[in-house]
Design a protein around this ligand. Structure first.
Ligand SMILES: *Cc1c(COP(=O)(O)O)cnc(C)c1O
Length: 367
């Protein structure tokens, strides 16, 4: 079965092997050396002033970012499940929160964020997804961050890049906290979250907030190549392995291949009459809205060996989402669009003629 859900993504065999070694203790020079090398590779990926690894799923990093970087009021952008989560985290901690809410196919705009900031002097942090995975939407985060800093230079920009870091180059020059998670573009098992931080963010964190998710304690320890609590040693060993594997061809090659794959998949599915759901699609996944989304998903799984994700909440049964993140063999993606075309034939929607596969190949290979 091909795992084509936008998280978890498949773990490459070389990475699984790297994680299969004997358990080592985390307070040893051996592990500290692994930690240091991994940190250096993360700096290359994030291009931020500091990086911090946490033993938690992605949400742990979202919570750490909100609690450590919001001192007055959070502005959260909610155009999906994950944007909604930022607001819920603030509420759970008694942090004041205002929300800009959109349908899941509609990105936030620079203007509405500017208006909100001008009207509310208490907002000291903005939380937004780069790629909102609920609908496969790309928000214009870089432009929003730049505009927000022009109005309020000390504002903190928290960018959830869980389905964006490792997918496309991100200009972090106006971002204070950039978040990644292990089980998406980084092709690892779930359980590790990473934050890239600006110097301004470190200053604002000060002595930190909370206990386990206190970023000040982690920054202090991780600069010494250790962690405040037991490190997720196996996952960090896996992280070094995958970052080294990506390094073989370089990040630029990964980004450009992901972009070509996303474009080829989108064009292929449009060519067989399907509709791309988000108005501004992210490169991390291709989201199709369709009345028969459930039937298509189920045929993909039972007849053609492909596992894609559905939708949540009001989009349950209304969309399906195909992963584009990670080191994906081209022949797998070509099979996935072909399988969707076969499913449409089986549903009596459209006679099979191989157009999806052909469009994928001509687009991907530039024929
Ligand atoms: C997966 C995901 C998360 C975090 O989810 P966890 O289940 O806690 O790892 C957060 N934001 C986005 C955009 C995601 O895709």
């Amino acid at each position: 079965m091909l795992l084509f859900t936008p998280g978890p993504t498949p773990v490459p065999e070389s990475v699984r092997n790297a994680m299969a070694g004997v358990t080592i203790h985390h307070r040893t020079p051996e592990f500290e050396a692994i930690f240091e090398r991994t940190r250096m590779l993360l700096f290359k990926l994030f291009k931020t002033d500091e990086v911090v690894m946490l033993s938690s799923s992605g949400t742990g990093a979202m919570e750490a970012a909100v609690t450590n970087l919001t001192h007055k009021k959070l502005l959260s952008i909610n155009a999906g499940k994950f944007g909604e989560r930022f607001g819920k985290i603030a509420v759970a901690h008694g942090i004041a929160n205002v929300e800009i809410k959109h349908e899941w196919d509609t990105p936030a705009t620079v203007e509405e964020v500017e208006t909100q900031l001008r009207a509310d002097a208490d907002i000291d942090a903005i939380a937004i997804q780069i790629s909102e995975s609920a609908g496969g939407l790309r928000h214009p985060v870089e432009a929003i961050a730049k505009a927000a800093k022009a109005i309020r230079p000390e504002i903190m920009i928290i960018a959830d890049g869980i389905t964006a870091v490792g997918v496309e180059p991100i200009d972090a020059s106006h971002i204070d906290c950039l978040i990644a998670g292990s089980q998406k573009a980084l092709m690892l098992p779930p359980g590790l979250a990473i934050l890239g931080l600006s110097n301004a963010a470190i200053e604002k964190i000060g002595s930190g907030k909370g206990y386990y998710l206190n970023l000040a304690s982690e920054i202090k320890q991780q600069r010494k190549n250790t962690t405040a609590y037991t490190a997720a040693t196996t996952l960090i060993i896996g992280l070094e392995a995958i970052l080294n594997e990506i390094d073989v061809n370089g990040l630029e090659a990964l980004y450009s291949e992901t972009e070509r794959r996303a474009r080829a998949t989108r064009e292929a599915l449009k060519a067989i009459g399907l509709h791309v759901y988000p108005k501004t699609p992210a490169l991390s996944m291709t989201t199709i809205d369709d009345e028969q989304a459930s039937e298509i998903r189920s045929l993909l799984k039972t007849e053609y060996g492909v596992n894609v994700a559905g939708g949540q909440d009001h989009l349950k049964g209304k969309i399906f989402r195909i992963n584009q993140m990670g080191l994906i063999p081209t022949y797998e993606s070509a099979w996935v669009v072909n399988a969707v075309e076969l499913a449409l034939d089986k549903l009596g929607r459209r006679k099979y003629d191989g157009v999806a596969n052909q469009t994928f190949n001509t687009t991907f290979f530039g024929l």
